[in-house]
Design a binder for this molecule. Structure first.
Ligand code: NAG
Ligand code: NAG
Ligand code: NAG
Ligand code: NAG
Length: 582
C-alpha cells in the first residue's frame, strides 16, 4: 500500500500542475472577453469626476469592436479588439477614489494615473485588480493611508511610482523582493520606519526623499536593532508557504519536462512571442514562400535605411583591396568615405555562405537599439545576391588588436584606459540586459566585437547571436512558463561569463586560450602575479587586484554565482573612481 502511494505521488503532482495550468489558461481565456474590458472603462468613467472633460472621447454608443481603442489614454493589444493593454490618464484632472472597475481590464499591463486628484487609500487587494501590470504610476495624487503589503504580489512590476502622495505608515518590506523592479519612488509622502532592502536594484536616497521618518540604507541608520525590525515585518508563515510552493512547482516542472521530454524549442517559441522575434522568424524560417524577398526588405527597412549597392561600390572603388580594413568571420570589412564626408565601415558578407540568419539578426537587434556604447548600424544593402551592413566607422579598430597584436600597442592602453574601456562595455551590456523596453542578450561578447572610437570609447558590435525579449511579453508568458525565464537568464549569465573573460584579457594581457591553458585562473583566488607586468608598480596595485577579483567573479563556474551586469558596472565604476582620487 505504502509503495503504491509513493509511486503515485509524482503523478499526482503532475496532474495537479497540469490542472493548474488548465485553470490558468481557461481563466485567462474567459476573462479576456471583450465585454469585461468594455465594462471596465465604463465603470472607470462612472466612478470618477471629470471636470476637464478628459474622458470626453469615451463615448460608449459606438459598438464597433475595437472602438474603445480610439479613446484618449487607452492602448489596446490590437486596434480591432476591445482588449486594453495600457491605460494612461496622467494629468487629466480626474477626481475620485481609485477606480475599482480596473479589475475588469484583465489584460492590462500598464496603468498610469499620475498627476490627478485621486484620494482615499490604495486598494488592499491591488494585486488582484492589476495582476499583470509591469508599470504602475500613482504618483502626484492625494492617496493616503498605508501602502498595501499586497502590492508586493504584483510580481511583474518593473516600474512603481508612489511619490508625491500622502501615504503614511511603513513601506511593506516585501516590496524589496520584487525581482523585476527597476524604477521605484516613494519620495514626498509621510512614510516612516525602515526602507526595504531591494534584491535586484539599488535605490538611491532620492527615491525616499521628503518623508517624515524613513531610515536604513541608503538613508541614515535605523535606531532600532535591525533584527527586531526583521521579526516584526517578515511574515514568516507566508515566506515559508511561498518557499515550499516554489520548490514543489519547480520540481513538478522538472519532472514534467523530464517525463515528456518537453522540447525546449517549443517553450522558446512560446516565450519569444514578440514582434521582434516573430519578424525575425518570418524572415528566416520556413515561411519563405509566403514572404517575397521584396516584403522581407520592407520589413528590414523598418529598422534601418536601405542603401544602394552602386553607391557603396563607388565609395570603395568596387571593393578594392585599398579600402580593406579587416577580415572578420562573416566577411570583409571596408572603409569608405561617402561624397558627403561620412566615414563608414562596410561589412560585405561572404557570398558563399548562407548568412541570412546572421544578417537579419544584426539588423533587427542592433538596428533597433541606440546607445553610446553600441556600434551604430546605419544601413544595409541587399542586391544581386549580395548582403552588406553599413556601420559608422570606428577609428581605433577592435580591442583584440590593441591587446594582442603587438606590445607597443598594448602599452598605450594603460590601466586607466583599460578600466575606462571595461566600464563603457559594462554600461552597454547592462543597458542591453536591464534596459527599459527590451531585454537583449548579446550571446558572443569578446574583444573582437568591441570597437574603439577615436577617444577609446568602446562600442559593442556583432549581434549575430543576440536574443531579444520585449519586457512586456516575457512578463505575460512567464505566468504560464516559469522555466522560460531560466533560458533567458542563462543567456545573460553567459554574457557575464564572456565579459569576465574579456576583463581577464584586459588585466592579464593574455589571450583567452592562454588563460585557460596556463595557471588556472578559475580555480585559485587571484593574485597580482596574474596581472600584466606592465600595469604593475604604479601605485595602483590594489585597484588592479580588485579588477582581477571582479573578473574572477564573472567567470564563476556556477552561473547563479556570477554577479548581475548592473553590479559589475557599479564595481567598475568605483574602481575607476579610485583611480581618479589618486
Ligand atoms: C468584473 O469583475 C468582477 C470581479 O472580477 C466580476 O465578478 C464581474 O463579473 C466582472 N464584470 C464583467 C461585466 O465582466
Ligand atoms: C465607430 O468606431 C469605428 C472604429 O473606431 C469607426 O470606424 C466608426 O466610424 C464608428 N461609428 C460611428 C457611428 O461613429
Ligand atoms: C504624517 O503622519 C503623522 C502620523 O504618523 C500625522 O500625525 C501627520 O499629520 C502626518 N502628516 C501629514 C502632512 O499628513
Ligand atoms: C523635497 O522637498 C523639497 C522642498 O519641498 C523640494 O525642493 C525637493 O525637490 C523635494 N525632493 C524630491 C526628491 O522630491
Amino acid at each position: 500500500m505504502e509503495k503504491t502511494n509513493s509511486r503515485t505521488r509524482p503523478f499526482f503532482f503532475i496532474c495537479a500542475f497540469l490542472g493548474f495550468l488548465l485553470i490558468l489558461l481557461s481563466r485567462i481565456c474567459v476573462c479576456s472577453a471583450a465585454e469585461s474590458d468594455l465594462y471596465c472603462l465604463k465603470s472607470i468613467k462612472d466612478s470618477l469626476q471629470d471636470p476637464c472633460n478628459s474622458l470626453g472621447s469615451w463615448d460608449f454608443s459606438n459598438v464597433t469592436e475595437g472602438f474603445i481603442c480610439q479613446f484618449r489614454g487607452i492602448e489596446c493589444w490590437h486596434d480591432y479588439e476591445n482588449k486594453v493593454m495600457n491605460i494612461r490618464l496622467s494629468d487629466s484632472g480626474l477626481i475620485g477614489e481609485f477606480p475599482q472597475g480596473i479589475r475588469n481590464c484583465t489584460s492590462l499591463i500598464g496603468l498610469d494615473l499620475s498627476d490627478n486628484n485621486l484620494y482615499g487609500t490604495i486598494p488592499s487587494d491591488i494585486s488582484v485588480i492589476v495582476e499583470h501590470v509591469t508599470t504602475l504610476d500613482l504618483s502626484s495624487n492625494k492617496f493616503s493611508g498605508n501602502i498595501p503589503p499586497d502590492i508586493a504580489n504584483c510580481e511583474y512590476l518593473n516600474f512603481l511610482m508612489l511619490n508625491n502622495n500622502n501615504l503614511g505608515g511603513e513601506i511593506p518590506s516585501r516590496i524589496g523582493s520584487l525581482s523585476r523592479l527597476n524604477t521605484f519612488s516613494v519620495a514626498n509622502n509621510n512614510l516612516t520606519g525602515p526602507v526595504p532592502s531591494f534584491v535586484n536594484i539599488q535605490i538611491t536616497a532620492h527615491s525616499f526623499a521628503n518623508n517624515s521618518e524613513l531610515c536604513g540604507k541608503p538613508l541614515k541608520e535605523c535606531e532600532y536593532y535591525e533584527d527586531s525590525w526583521i521579526w516584526k515585518h517578515v511574515d514568516r508563515a507566508s515566506f515559508i508557504e511561498a518557499f515550499v510552493c516554489g520548490w514543489v512547482l519547480f520540481f513538478t516542472l522538472v519532472l514534467v519536462l523530464c517525463f515528456f521530454k518537453f522540447p525546449v524549442k517549443v517553450i522558446n517559441k512560446i516565450v519569444s512571442l514578440n514582434i521582434w522575434k516573430l519578424r525575425k522568424e518570418d524572415l528566416t524560417s520556413g515561411s519563405e514562400e509566403d514572404l517575397s524577398s521584396h516584403q522581407k526588405i520592407l520589413m528590414l527597412e523598418k529598422f534601418v535605411t536601405r542603401m544602394s549597392f552602386t553607391e557603396l561600390e563607388n565609395a570603395t572603388s568596387d571593393f578594392s583591396e585599398d579600402y580593406l580594413v579587416g577580415n572578420g568571420m562573416l566577411g570583409k570589412v571596408y572603409k569608405a568615405i561617402l561624397p558627403n564626408d561620412w566615414t563608414l565601415a562596410i561589412k560585405k558578407l561572404n557570398d558563399s555562405e548562407n548568412l541570412e540568419d546572421e544578417f537579419v539578426s544584426e539588423i533587427t537587434t542592433l538596428g533597433g537599439l541606440r546607445h553610446r556604447n553600441l556600434l551604430p548600424l546605419i544601413g544595409f544593402c541587399v542586391e544581386r545576391e549580395k548582403k552588406l551592413l553599413v556601420y559608422k566607422y570606428m577609428f581605433n579598430g577592435n580591442l583584440h588588436e590593441w591587446l594582442h597584436s603587438n606590445e607597443d600597442k598594448a602599452k598605450i592602453l594603460d590601466f586607466r584606459l583599460r578600466v575606462k574601456i571595461a566600464l563603457g562595455i559594462a554600461k552597454g551590456v547592462a543597458w542591453l540586459h536591464h534596459g527599459y523596453k527590451l531585454h537583449v542578450a548579446h550571446g558572443s561578447i569578446s574583444t573582437r566585437c568591441i570597437l574603439l572610437d577615436q577617444n577609446f570609447e568602446p562600442k559593442i558590435s556583432n549581434f549575430w547571436e543576440a536574443k531579444i525579449w520585449s519586457k512586456n511579453d516575457t512578463a505575460l508568458s512567464w505566468s504560464l512558463f516559469p522555466v522560460a525565464e531560466y533560458s533567458c537568464l542563462g543567456s545573460y549569465k553567459k554574457d557575464i561569463y564572456c565579459f569576465g573573460v574579456l576583463l581577464l584579457e584586459l588585466v592579464t594581457g593574455k589571450e583567452p586560450h592562454e588563460l585557460t591553458s596556463s595557471r588556472n585562473l578559475f580555480d585559485h583566488s587571484p593574485c597580482l602575479l596574474d596581472a600584466d607586468k606592465d600595469l604593475l608598480g604604479k601605485g595602483i596595485n590594489d585597484l588592479i587586484l580588485e579588477f582581477l577579483e571582479l573578473s574572477c567573479d564573472c567567470v564563476k563556474f556556477f552561473p547563479n554565482e556570477r554577479p548581475t551586469m548592473l553590479k559589475v558596472y557599479d564595481k567598475l565604476k568605483t574602481i575607476s573612481q579610485g583611480r581618479n582620487d589618486d
